[in-house]
Structures are given as structure tokens and as C-alpha cells.
Design a protein around this ligand. Sequence first.
Ligand SMILES: C[S@@+](CC[C@H](N)C(=O)[O-])C[C@H]1O[C@@H](n2cnc3c(N)ncnc32)[C@H](O)[C@@H]1O
Length: 242
Amino acid sequence: MRRLVVIGIGMGPQHVTPEAAAALSSVDYVLSFVKGADDPLVAVRAQVCRRFGDVPLVVVPDPPRDRADPADYPAAVRDWHAARVAAYRQVLTERPGDVALLAWGDPSLYDSTLRLVDALAADGDVTVEVVAGISAPQLLAARHRVVLHEVGQPVHVTTGRRLREAVDAGQDNLVVMLNSTVRLDGLADWQVWYGANLGAPGEQLVAGRVSDVQAQLVAARERARAADGWVMDVLLLRRERP
Ligand SMILES: C[S@@+](CC[C@H](N)C(=O)[O-])C[C@H]1O[C@@H](n2cnc3c(N)ncnc32)[C@H](O)[C@@H]1O
């Protein structure tokens, strides 16, 4: 049986757990997509591979995703996913051995690696293992020294695209990921805890009442992008109780 090991690497080598390190040094190679010639997250993956077992990194160009029609977002994602499965399947056919796939953060949150691996495992003769990593919301909470929810209360995890819908449905404590901008219209009296490029040199943190810090959030996002050449951010948003 061939092993496919999905390893959460947190936000970089500093978050690789001993369990992840052991899994890395147990495989023959690591497989990763690369988005363009200077994909910064591939550079981090390469660093992880060098540091933990000097395991070879095999990179595959990430198939392009059709973003022309945002109304048909699920179909675009489905097609992209199928193209990614085909690309990995080709490498697996050509290169024998046990393989690790590195998930940014933890594979359980907004990550398609497990779906991809399930599709590959359907080909047979494959066992799948998963090693947990530190996710962006966990790191956000640690940096701000907060719990993601109040005592005994829930937290709703969603995307920037679906924030409005969640607020309209009555959610009042949210972790928001996959943001393309920081737009918090109508949430002026909420509290926000914000983190951009957590764990990277350009890391930015902002916290406060939305009306007080909204301009700072936008500036922080731009500072992170300028420092690292990329930006990813996560927010904890909470409606203040009267
Ligand atoms: C494709 S999802 C992957 C999430 C990842 N699996 C995790 O466990 O956090 C990417 C989103 O995670 C968040 N994210 C990932 N890395 C981040 C970082 N270094 N700083 C802040 N947010 C980050 C952002 O919301 C980004 O849009």
C-alpha cells in the first residue's frame, strides 16, 4: 500500500510539530502545487522540506481557475479541483513511493487537500493519514491573547464573501477568512481582532471597535502585502453585548 500523508504545517517551519516532522521524514517526497514562478508559499514549503528530513519537493503548476463568472463560483471550483486531481495523479503514476501533501495551517479549514487526496485514494492501494497543524484562527487568538468565543458561546467560521449573510442570519461572533478586502459596513459598533500575514515577517495585528480601527485595518492589510509580497488575513468579529 502506498501512503498519502496530509500534513498541516501551520504558517511555516516554526509551527511544524514533532508529529508533522516525523511524518515528513517518513515519506519519499512532498508534492505541492506552485502558483507562478515566485509563489511565496512554495518557498515556505521548500524551507519546511529542507529543515525536516531534507525530503525532495516535487512541484506541479497549479491549473488556472476560471474567475470570469463569480456567479458560478461552485462550478469554477469543481472544474479547478478536477484539474488538480488529474495533475497530481499524473505525478503519482510517474513517481512511486510514499507522498506527503503539505496543507497551509490545518487541513480541516478552507483547504482542498483532503478532497484531493480522497479522489486520489479512490484509485486504490492507498492509505491516507492526516497530521494536524496550527490554523490561522488559532494563531490569531494566540497573538491577541483572546478566546475565540465568550464563555459557553459558539463561534461561527465563515468567509468574507458570506459575512453579510451570516450577520443577517443573527451570527454575532464570527471568524472571517478568505477575505479579498476589509469591508465592515454596518458593523461600526462591533469589536474586531485582526491579523494579516500571521507568522510571516510582515505580520500585522489590529484590535478595537470597528469604527475606531477600520482605517487601520485597511492600512495594515497594505503594509502586510508590501512587506511580504502577498497578503492573507483573518478577523474575529464580535457584536458588543449591551
Ligand atoms: C485557503 S485558506 C487556508 C486556511 C488554513 N487551512 C488554516 O488552517 O488556517 C486561506 C485563508 O486562511 C487565512 N490565513 C492563512 N494564512 C494566514 C496568515 N498567515 N495570516 C492570516 N490569515 C491567514 C486567511 O483568511 C486566508 O484567506
